[in-house]
Design a protein around this ligand. Sequence first.
Ligand code: VGL
Ligand code: ZN
Length: 241
Amino acid sequence: MNASTRREFVQGAATSMLLAGLPATALAQARKVKPTASDVLLVVDVQNCFVPGGTLPVKDGDQIVPLINRIAAAFQHVVLTQDWHTPGHASFASTYPGKKPFETISLAYGTQVLWPDHCVQGTADSDLHKDLRIPHAELIIRKGYRKQMDSYSAFFEADGKTPTGLVGYLRERGLKQVFLTGLATDFCVAWSALDARKAGFAALVIEDATRGIDAGGSLAKAWQDMLGAGVKRIQSTDLEI
Ligand code: VGL
Ligand code: ZN
């Protein structure tokens, strides 16, 4: 053991002894992550369309709203996204005669899952959820507004290269670590987390502040892809909020 290794070892042991002496609550608190000025909370698609009563309801999608409000209050920087489709959008099953929601088709940019008509621009269905209380949110990114192309991700449209502008926004503002919440875990949250990694940001999904659609095993696959790409899976209890 050289001097610096020994120093690290001794410091590590000292820290362990220190932590061992703390009561359980203080110990839990000591390990919690406190959002900093270079962290940003991304609140994905918490809209009427994706909660029960909406056009593409995610099971229990409304149940995460109070938790997201509480998490958001602990972040200095919050960005919201809004799924924002044209009528007759390329991702709608109704656009293709004989096609039904949840079937897939092949489009120029790849395989597209077909959805019920949802989140149409300017409709009450596309509004942010009425109980969302994040007055200090700094930006709302709308996506999926090109009629011929879908966009699950907050960063790039479904071709994987048309930018929404969010990479530049985060870089220009010195925001480096993206925490993700919202709907749906296996589509817009997962695609956003994966693109955050591709663009060089740290990405942490707060699992209990998301809900998934889980069509044909999509939720397990999304977690596998995210963890493989270095996305961290955390719980709201891991945060100092
Ligand atoms: C979403 C399907 C279609 C989402 C958006 O927000 O996860 N899923 N459009
Ligand atoms: Zn959509």
